[in-house]
Write a protein that binds this ligand. Structure first.
Ligand code: PRP
Length: 194
């Protein structure tokens, strides 16, 4: 049962959530800490924050509002081939940046690093454009034995290898508006290989 809904009828948005993994307040606290770390890292620079659509939107907007640095934002959309539950190998750009990043300090903002393939692809693509510096902040990183080694400068939470939803993360487009990170009830994705 979802703890944040115990005092009221379960909201439609929460249906299918097996349990809360990270409460809203804990996320807010960690986002403030990450923002402070990034402020210290960038000092007087004006980094370009690159949000990876769509899942990172919630984290990106929370993070940038907590940061005291002068900054700019842009978005990229990429797609990995695969079904709704598992990642596959190939990645392609669906929406590219509006900004030219040559000579600039850029920060990739990701909601989750799972297999690491999306992030590896993004890092390769962006580095070829000669930025001054590329860093990565991810709200979540899964503990997976078979994940590829990929640069992740700041991580909010290391999480177990479960199907997580909420705070931007979806299952088949749903659950992005949950204010917490939850674990999806496996019955919801029966038929898919985890
Ligand atoms: C998710 C997430 C990351 C990626 C991580 O995006 O936002 O970009 O998967 O997985 P990986 O480390 O295995 O590559 P998704 O493709 O589900 O798109 P979405 O953000 O639009 O939900």
């Amino acid at each position: 049962m979802v703890e944040s809904a115990t005092a009221q009828e379960l909201k439609r948005r929460d249906r299918g959530v097996q349990r809360v993994l990270i409460e809203e307040g804990a996320i807010q606290q960690r986002v403030r800490e990450l923002a402070a770390d990034l402020d210290a890292l960038y000092g007087d620079e004006t980094p370009l924050l690159i949000g990876v659509l769509t899942g990172a939107v919630t984290f990106m907007t929370a993070l940038m509002r907590e940061m005291g640095s002068e900054l700019k934002i842009d978005f990229m959309a990429v797609s990995s081939y695969g079904d709704d539950v598992t990642s596959s190998g190939a990645v392609r750009i669906l929406k590219d940046l509006n900004e030219n990043i040559e000579g600039r300090s850029v920060l990739i903002v990701e909601d989750i690093v799972d297999s690491g393939l999306t992030l590896k692809y993004l890092l390769d693509v962006l580095r070829r454009r000669d930025p001054k510096d590329v860093k990565v902040v991810a709200l979540l990183r899964k503990r997976k034995a078979d994940a590829i080694e990929v640069q992740t400068d700041l991580v909010g939470f290391e999480i177990p290898d479960e199907f997580v939803i909420g705070y931007g993360l979806d299952y088949a487009g749903r659950y992005r508006n949950l204010p917490y990170i939850g674990v999806l009830d496996p019955q919801e994705y029966q038929g898919y290989e985890k």
